[in-house]
Design a protein around this ligand. Structure first.
Ligand SMILES: O=C(O)CCC(=O)C(=O)O
Ligand SMILES: [Fe+2]
Length: 305
C-alpha cells in the first residue's frame, strides 16, 4: 500500500472536525396552537401560531415554552403580522426586563414605554453592526437577550446573520480547547472605535469612555443558564488575549473568529416586514449585512437584561 493512502479508520483523525448536528436540531414542539420549528441545523427556530398583536399576553405555559426554546435554539423568529410594532416591547418583556439601549445614531422610538430604539438606514451612519459581535460584550454582564422588529425591509439584502458560539466551541480540537480554557481575554468598547464613531460631542464621548473601561473575561465561557461552553471572543469588542505576545494573541483570536464565522455554525435571517426576532445574546453572535444600497431598512430594537 502506498504511504499516501489513508486507512479508513484514520479518515476522521486527519480532517477538520464536523459538528454532530443532531445535538442541536430539536424536534417540532407544539403547545396551545404555538409551534417551535428549527430554522437551520444549528441555530434559530420559527415560532408559528403565537398572536401578540392585540396586547393579550400568552399563557405561562407558552411563555415557558418560548423561554426554553430561546435558550435551546439561540434565536426565535416570529411570523410576520403575529407581533405588532405597538406590542413589540411587550414581546421583549416576556423574557425579562426590557431596556432602551441607544446611541445618537440609533435614537429612541415613540411608544413602547420608551424602551425601544430604532436602527434606521436613513439616520444611522455608523456600520459597526456589520461586524460580528455580542451586544455590549465590553460589559461584565452583557444584556441577556436582544429583540428586533422589521418595520421597513429592503427588497433585496439587509439580512441579519447569526452564529452559534457553542457550536463553534464544539468544532475546536479538544486539546486546543483545553489550553484556551486557561486563557483570559480583554474586551474593550473602543477596539474598533465604536464610541468614537457613535459620539460626535467630545464631552459625551469622554463620559462614555469613562463609563466603559476595558474588562477581562475567560476566553471560553460557560453559559450561565445552559451550562454549555462557548467561544467568548468577538471581532467588534475583543481586544487581546492576556499573557501572550501580540502575534500569538492575534493569531489565536483569528483561529477563533474563523470558527465563529464558519458557515457550518451560522445561518442568514431574511427579514420580512412585520417579522420579530429575539436572540440569546449569550449563545449567538450576530451581524447585519450592508448590501441593500439605497434601500430603506428600519428595525426597532429592545434589549433585555
Ligand atoms: O443590523 C443588523 O442586522 C444587526 C443589528 C444589531 O447588531 C443589533 O440590533 O444589535
Ligand atoms: Fe448588535
Amino acid at each position: 500500500m502506498s504511504a499516501l493512502l489513508i486507512e479508513e479508520q484514520r479518515l476522521d483523525a486527519v480532517q477538520p472536525r464536523i459538528l454532530a448536528v443532531e445535538q442541536y436540531l430539536g424536534a417540532l414542539e407544539q403547545l396551545e396552537g404555538v409551534t417551535l420549528e428549527p430554522y437551520s441545523p444549528v441555530v434559530g427556530a420559527h415560532v408559528r401560531g403565537l398572536r401578540l398583536d392585540d396586547g393579550t399576553p400568552p399563557t405561562e405555559a407558552v411563555r415557558a415554552l418560548l423561554y426554553a426554546g430561546l435558550l435551546r435554539y439561540g434565536f426565535l423568529a416570529f411570523e410576520p403580522g403575529t407581533v405588532s410594532a405597538e406590542h413589540f416591547g411587550q414581546l421583549a418583556g416576556l423574557f425579562g426586563t426590557a431596556r432602551l439601549m441607544n446611541t445618537p445614531h440609533t435614537p429612541a422610538t415613540q411608544g413602547n414605554d420608551n424602551k425601544v430604539n430604532s436602527i434606521d438606514s436613513k439616520v444611522k451612519k455608523t456600520r459597526m453592526n456589520y461586524i460580528w459581535h455580542i451586544d455590549q460584550a465590553f460589559r461584565h454582564e452583557p444584556p441577556r437577550f436582544t429583540a428586533l422588529f422589521g418595520q421597513k425591509v429592503p427588497t433585496f439584502g439587509g439580512d441579519t446573520l447569526f452564529t452559534n458560539a457553542t457550536a463553534a466551541y464544539d468544532l475546536l480540537d479538544p486539546l486546543l480547547a483545553r489550553y484556551l480554557e486557561t486563557l483570559t481575554a480583554v474586551h474593550d468598547v473602543e477596539t474598533q472605535g465604536f464610541l468614537t464613531l457613535a459620539y460626535q460631542d467630545a464631552a459625551e464621548l469622554a463620559a462614555q469612555r469613562a463609563k466603559n473601561p476595558p474588562i477581562e473575561a475567560p476566553l471560553i465561557r460557560v453559559h450561565p443558564e445552559t451550562g454549555r461552553k462557548q467561544i467568548y471572543a468577538n471581532e467588534l469588542y475583543t481586544q487581546r488575549i492576556l499573557g501572550l505576545s501580540r502575534s500569538a494573541s492575534q493569531g489565536l483570536l483569528e483561529v477563533l473568529f474563523d470558527l465563529v464565522r464558519s458557515p457550518d455554525v451560522q445561518t442568514r435571517f431574511r427579514w420580512q416586514q412585520g417579522t420579530a426576532l429575539i436572540w440569546d445574546n449569550r449563545t449567538v453572535q450576530h451581524r447585519g449585512v450592508g448590501d441593500f444600497g439605497s434601500g430603506h431598512r428600519l428595525l426597532h430594537r429592545a434589549v433585555v437584561e
